[in-house]
Design a protein around this ligand. Structure first.
Ligand code: SIN
Length: 504
C-alpha cells in the first residue's frame, strides 16, 4: 500500500512553499504533492497584483499595514494573527528572493511599490502584472529538484480517511483518483496539508479558474473539521466583462492604484458618492457601489477609464492586461474597458490556529482554503500571497516539531469505491454546474436571502447528479460537483446564521 510521511494537496503558493521548507528542513521525511490537474493550474498562477510587505520604514510602518488590514476586515480580523503575518512578511519575502523570484525595481534600484485599494501606502511588490506566475514558476523549479518530494499531477484526492485515536479524530490517509490509469487508490500518511484554494466557481462571474471548486474545504467538512466565515465571499470590483467568459479575466486592482478611474455609462465617476476614498477604497465598498450603480442604471457593466494615463508607462507596468485587452480590440489608451464585480476570494474556510492546524489531528489547512483570522470579512488586496507564505512557514515549523508523535495507521484499508469508469457525460455536469452557479449567485446577491428555498433547489440538483452516476459510478465532474454542492450548503448555512452579511 502506498504511503508518505506528508501529503500536500494542491500546488499553489502555500502548498509549494510549505513543501520547499519542510523538505529542506527534514530530508528524512517523504513528501508527496497531489494536484488534480497540472501543477501550474492554480489561482496563484493568475495572481496579478503582488505581495503586500512593508519595506520602506520611512514612509510606511508595520502599524500602518496592520491598521489597513483591520479596517478592511470590518472588525472581524484576529489581531494577533494580523500582527504575526505583517511583521513576518519581510523574512518570507526574503526567502522568495533567495530562490530567484524577481520583483520590479525603479531606475534608482529601489522597489517599485504598487498601491492598491484599502492601502494607505505604496507597499505592493510585484513582477509587472504577472506576480503569481513568477512566484509559481520559481517555486516549481525548486520543488522538482528536491529528492524527497514527489509531485503527482492529475491525481485528484476524493476524501480524507480518518480514525479515532484517544478520542480524537485523526487523519490516516486519502482516497484518490489517478486519471492516467482511471483508478482509485489509497495512500496512508502521517500528516495532510490542504492547500486547495477557494470556491470561486460556485458563482456565475468569477476570476477563479475552473479548478476552484472548493474540494479541500468539502473534504475537510466531511471529515468533521470546523469551517468558519463562509458567508464572506470577496468580489473583485474589476473583472473584464465580455458576456461570455468563465473565468472572467482580472483587471488588477493595481490599475486603479496606477490612477485609473471607474466610470458609469455616462462617463461619470461615481464612487465618491459611496466612499471618500473613491477608486482606492476597499474591494467590498467598490464592488457594492458598482452593483448599486448597475441596479439603478439597468446596465450590465461599468468601465475602467485609463485614457488619461501615460500609455507607455501603462503597457510597461501591465503588459499582460494590455495584451489581453488588445486581443479583444480594446486599446486602454483610447477605449474604456468594460468591467463588473466577480467572485474572487473566499475569506472564510477551514478554521485553523496560528500554525495552520485544523480541528482534526494532523490535518493542516493553508492558503485560501483556510480561515486564519487575517481577512475578517473582506481581505485587503495583496495580503493573500503573503498569508500563503506565512502560514506555510508556520505549518512547516509545527510539522517539524510534532510529526514524531504521529505514526502511520496500522489499519490497511481496502478502498470501497467501485472501479472508475471513464464517461463522456461531462456536458451534463457542465449544465448542472451552471445551474448551481446561477442559484448560489442569486442567493448570495439577493436582498432577501431565502435559505430554505435555496437548500431545496440545491438538493434537487444533487439528486439529479446522483441519478446520472448510477450508470457511471464515479468520475471527476461528479466529485467536483459534489464538493461544490457541499460548499454551497455551507455558504447558505453560514449566511443564514450570520448577523451581518451582505457584501456586493
Ligand atoms: C489584483 O491584482 O487585483 C488581485 C490581487 C489580490 O487579489 O490581492
Amino acid at each position: 500500500m502506498l504511503k508518505t510521511d506528508i501529503l500536500i494537496i494542491g500546488s499553489g503558493i502555500s502548498g509549494l512553499f510549505f513543501a520547499m521548507k519542510i523538505a529542506k528542513k527534514r530530508p528524512d521525511l517523504s513528501i508527496v504533492i497531489m494536484t488534480k490537474e497540472t501543477a501550474k493550474n492554480t489561482n496563484t498562477q493568475l495572481a496579478q497584483g503582488g505581495i503586500a510587505v512593508v519595506t520602506d520604514h520611512l514612509k510606511d510602518s508595520f502599524n500602518k499595514h496592520i491598521h489597513d488590514t483591520l479596517r478592511s476586515g470590518g472588525g472581524l480580523c484576529d489581531k494577533e494573527i494580523v500582527n504575526m503575518v505583517i511583521t513576518q512578511a519581510p523574512e518570507r519575502l526574503q526567502e522568495l528572493i533567495e530562490i530567484g523570484t524577481s520583483f520590479d525595481k525603479d531606475e534608482k534600484g529601489q522597489w517599485n511599490l504598487g498601491l492598491e485599494g484599502g492601502h494607505s501606502q505604496h507597499r505592493i511588490l510585484h513582477h509587472k502584472d504577472s506576480s503569481g506566475q513568477e512566484i509559481e514558476s520559481k517555486l516549481l523549479k525548486i520543488i522538482k529538484k528536491m529528492p524527497n518530494i514527489e509531485l503527482l499531477e492529475n491525481h485528484m484526492v476524493i476524501d480524507i480517511n480518518t480514525e479515532t485515536k484517544k478520542a480524537k479524530t485523526t487523519c490516516a490517509g486519502v482516497f484518490f483518483y489517478e486519471k492516467k490509469y482511471n483508478r482509485i487508490k489509497y495512500m496512508r500518511t502521517r500528516t495532510i496539508v490542504l492547500s486547495t484554494g477557494g470556491c470561486g466557481q460556485l458563482f456565475e462571474n468569477t476570476t477563479n479558474p475552473k479548478i476552484a471548486t472548493g474540494d479541500g474545504l468539502a473534504m475537510a467538512a466531511r471529515a468533521g473539521a470546523e469551517i468558519a466565515d463562509m458567508e464572506y465571499m470577496q468580489f473583485h470590483p474589476t473583472a473584464l466583462f465580455t458576456g461570455k467568459e468563465n473565468p472572467l479575466f482580472l483587471i488588477s486592482e493595481a490599475v486603479r492604484g496606477f490612477g485609473a478611474h471607474i466610470v458609469n455609462d455616462e462617463g461619470k465617476r461615481f464612487l465618491f458618492k459611496y466612499d471618500i476614498r473613491g477608486e482606492l477604497s476597499t474591494r467590498d465598498m467598490v464592488s457594492t457601489a458598482i452593483s448599486k450603480e448597475l441596479q439603478s442604471s439597468g446596465k450590465k457593466h461599468v468601465y475602467l477609464d485609463c485614457r488619461h494615463l501615460d500609455p507607455k508607462a501603462f503597457s510597461n507596468q501591465f503588459p499582460v492586461i494590455t495584451a489581453h485587452c488588445n486581443a479583444l480590440g480594446i486599446y486602454p489608451e483610447k477605449d474604456l474597458i468594460p468591467v463588473v464585480p466577480a467572485a474572487h476570494y473566499q475569506c472564510g474556510g477551514v478554521r485553523v490556529d496560528k500554525n495552520g492546524v485544523t480541528t482534526i489531528k494532523n490535518l493542516y489547512a493553508i492558503g485560501e482554503c483556510a480561515r486564519t483570522g487575517l481577512h475578517g470579512k473582506n481581505r485587503l488586496a495583496s495580503n493573500s500571497l503573503l498569508e500563503g507564505l506565512v502560514f506555510a512557514h508556520q505549518a512547516s515549523e509545527n510539522v517539524d516539531r510534532t510529526i514524531a508523535e504521529f505514526i502511520f495507521s496500522s489499519q490497511i484499508l481496502i478502498p470501497k469505491f467501485p472501479k472508475a469508469h471513464q464517461v463522456d457525460d461531462y456536458l451534463a455536469f457542465e449544465i448542472l454546474k451552471k445551474e448551481l452557479q446561477k442559484l448560489v449567485t442569486a442567493f448570495y446577491t439577493s436582498e432577501e436571502r431565502d435559505a430554505e428555498l435555496a437548500f431545496e433547489k440545491i438538493k434537487e440538483l444533487h439528486n439529479y447528479a446522483v441519478s446520472l452516476t448510477e450508470a457511471h459510478e464515479i468520475m471527476i465532474p461528479f466529485i467536483e460537483f459534489s464538493n461544490m454542492i457541499a460548499v454551497s450548503l455551507l455558504i447558505i448555512k453560514q449566511c443564514k446564521t450570520a448577523t451581518d452579511q451582505k457584501i456586493c
